[in-house]
Design a protein around this ligand. Sequence first.
Ligand code: OSB
Ligand code: MG
Length: 385
Amino acid sequence: MMHASKISDQATPTQIEVEGVEIRLVRLPLIEPFETSFGKIDSRLIFLVSLNAGGLKGWGEVVASEQPLYSYETVGTAFHVIKDFLAPAVLGEPLTDLASLAQRLSRFRGHNMAKAGLELAFMNLLAQVNKKSLAALIGGERKRVAVGVSLGIQPTLSQLLRRVERYLDLGYQRIKLKIKPGWDNHVVFEVRRLYPNILLSVDANSAYTLADVDHLRRLDDFDLLMIEQPLQSDDIVDHAELQKRLKTSLCLDESITGQRQAKAALDLESCRIINIKIGRVGGYSEALAIHDLCAARSIPVWCGGMLESGIGRAHNIALASLHGFTLPGDISASSRYFERDLISPEVTVASDGTVTVPETIGLGFEIDSFFLERQTETRVYLSRK
Ligand code: OSB
Ligand code: MG
């Protein structure tokens, strides 16, 4: 297949002997609180994983939050699972490719975000070994990726409208509004009234049930690009029923925890669009498989975000460079969330609403080690026994 991502043909098979795994928790304050239907945060405890091998260091990020609200995983569960199970598995026999890593982690059930942190760090290592950019390593074709912004629930409508205006002025190609009961139809109505032609979507983060179908159907009046994850976080069946009764396309986020769920959702017609988050699906291997599955069925995908630091953001940019990512991703500039990021240069969004895909070897960004050390709250180094 000409356009399939490269899961297995990563240049020459290499033997990578991981000598150490570092886990680091880094606190980054947010420039303003971020509120969704499940809660509100003021800062992000960024979970970094790095792998040392042959004088190289590969960086990954675990996107879990501090509280089990978006998913059952937390910074605490990922810390435990990586330290006690995943890192020892990686520190055993040498690894050859992404598939060998995925295979080794697959015996542990669940904990996708923890697994993804290791896959990200490993792919950053592999990119350096093969002297390629992350995007080139996975077969990404785009030089720039289209981006949109996700706007949290605001205390007032006028505060939301100011933010919509600000991000449109900055060039963002799509506005996504977080919604919940009591902050939905009237808000979407106002935004659509003021901006009749923008790409507009909403994300409910599972705030409704099928009993709300008549309420949700009113969203059909607003020509939305999609309604993201309206129903329960593990549901595929009710979404299929809802999709039948809506004109607007549904997009699944939380429910798609791997390629099996993606296939089931497409077979059942539970959605017409899929949001791919590397962390939620357990890493590159599953993300690439879902991309390829959707591409084969002409289902558009886009790259979701989890308020990542620049390290996770760099991986998202690489992923979104694959040809099937035809809708703007939740990949904002570093400055949309943070006063200062952990990487240099920071991620910036051009006035045409795109982010440039780095072509340099590895991550494509330098780690700002001074700032990284200053913000580090916890650091654990695990090495071969
Ligand atoms: O549902 O896409 C989501 C943030 C945290 C948890 C879940 C979600 C989000 C976002 C923000 O929408 C995406 C981003 O800008 O990183
Ligand atoms: Mg979402």
